[in-house]
Structures are given as C-alpha cells and as structure tokens.
Design a protein around this ligand. Structure first.
Ligand code: URA
Length: 237
C-alpha cells in the first residue's frame, strides 16, 4: 500500500505536489469514488483516475547496464541519437540514474523507482562511483593528493575519496587512474582531472556501489535482484 499522491507521481502523470493539489480539487477517483483526502493508501490493483484518465501503476524494475560509447544517457534526444533506454527490453518507463557522458562507458543503473534513484544519487548515501580514466600525460603524487584534498568545481569543493595510479605508458605518455567519487556532478571526473592539468582521453565507470560491470559486455545488461535492491534501500539516510 502506498500513498495516493506518491502513486500518481510515480506513474509519471505529474509531480507529487501537483498530485496533492489534484486530489484536494476532487480530480482524483479511486475505484469509482472521488477521493479528496491526502495520504489515502492505495495498492496496485486499485483503479485510479486522474482528470478522468486511468493511470497505470507499473511494477518497479531495476537494471544494470554496461553502457557503450556513443549512446546518450537520457530518455529522449532531440538530435535523434541512440539513447540508453533503447538498449533495454522493457515496456516500463525506466530512466537512467545519473548521467554518463556520450563517450563514457560502463556501469549505469536504470529504474522506474524514484526513491531508489534518489538513494543512489544522494552523496550522503556514500555510494562509491568508481571510474577508470585514461589520461594524456602522467599524473604525479602531488596531483593525486590535490584530487583527494578537493578541487573547486563551480565554486564547490569536490573530493575524490580514492585515487590510484594503475598503469603508466611512457612511450605514449599516458596513464590509467582509478578514481572514486560520491557525487555525480556534470562531467565531474573530467573536470576534476582538468583542474589538476590533465585531459581525460577515455572514461569508464567500473562500479556504482555493489554494481560492477566486469561480467557484462558492452551494451549488455541484467536485472538487479531483490536482495540487491534492498541493500540500496538499507543505505537510505
Ligand atoms: N564524470 C565525467 O566527466 N563524465 C562522466 O560520464 C561521468 C563522470
């Protein structure tokens, strides 16, 4: 059983606030009766009409995708490029949790469960986002320390919780660095490396929390198990 306004909002009809207004205005019916009381509990078998239109309550779905390069992390693209939800065979209105750039590969969670998405995205949940970056140039200890102490992006200090130099290629003058962060600001990893003087040539997200993609080929995905979903719920602050 869930609160009516929450169910309406999660059906994608409108925001939770607007749903509350619609309920108070008498525009919502449950099983043929107008309901004006906020917080009325409903379940998936109830017939809910909003402005006389039936809303469908979807079961919650959760996926882990190994995002390939050249796919946009969105649910619609005005330039008609391939989008991540095209890669997943479902009728549910799922959306990506956070964003990976067009040229970034790796772990991306998708769901139609807003609460789950909020937990994964909120820095307070402390969920590791682990990236492997190929840098032009070779990073030094001092620059790694700066990333750990924090660099300013849009005037906000962001820190890497771990930075590890994994490999150096002196001939090509490149290196591979694993970096762990907890936030998901726009282009965060690329901008953090830029802040210490490095261009990121390639970026792959190896893992989001417990969800690593080493067993998934590029473009492959799998459903999360109920146990995995409950582990994320247990991190709710
Ligand atoms: N940071 C970036 O710069 N790009 C991504 O795609 C993800 C994190």
């Amino acid at each position: 059983m869930e609160r009516l306004q929450k169910v309406i909002a999660s059906a994608g009809v409108t925001s939770r606030r607007k749903a509350e207004e619609l309920i108070k205005e008498g525009k919502v019916q449950v099983n043929g009766k107008v309901v004006t009381e906020l917080g009325t509990k409903v379940n998936t078998t109830d017939e809910i009409l909003v402005n006389n239109k039936l809303i469908t309550i979807e079961d919650k779905e959760y996926y882990l995708l190994n995002k390939p390069r050249g796919v946009v992390t969105t649910t619609a693209d005005d330039k008609d490029r391939k989008i991540v939800t095209d890669l997943i065979n479902t009728k549910a209105r799922i959306y990506p949790i956070g964003r990976l750039d067009y040229d970034t590969t790796g772990a991306l969670l998708l769901t139609n469960d807003g609460d789950f998405a909020n937990i994964v995205m909120h820095p307070k949940s402390g969920i590791d986002k682990v990236y492997l970056a190929k840098l032009e140039g070779i990073i030094k200890g001092e620059q790694i320390n700066t990333l750990k102490k924090g660099v300013k992006l849009d005037n906000i200090l962001v820190k890497a919780s771990r930075v590890k130099l994994k490999k150096i290629n002196p001939e090509k003058n490149t290196c591979m660095v694993e970096i762990t962060i907890h936030e998901g600001k726009n282009h965060q990893v690329k901008r953090m490396f830029e802040a210490v003087g490095f261009h990121v040539e390639k970026l792959h997200r190896e893992r989001v929390g417990i969800f690593a993609v080493q067993d998934l080929k590029s473009g492959e995905y799998r459903k999360l198990s109920p146990k995995e979903v409950s582990i994320i719920y247990s991190l709710k602050k």
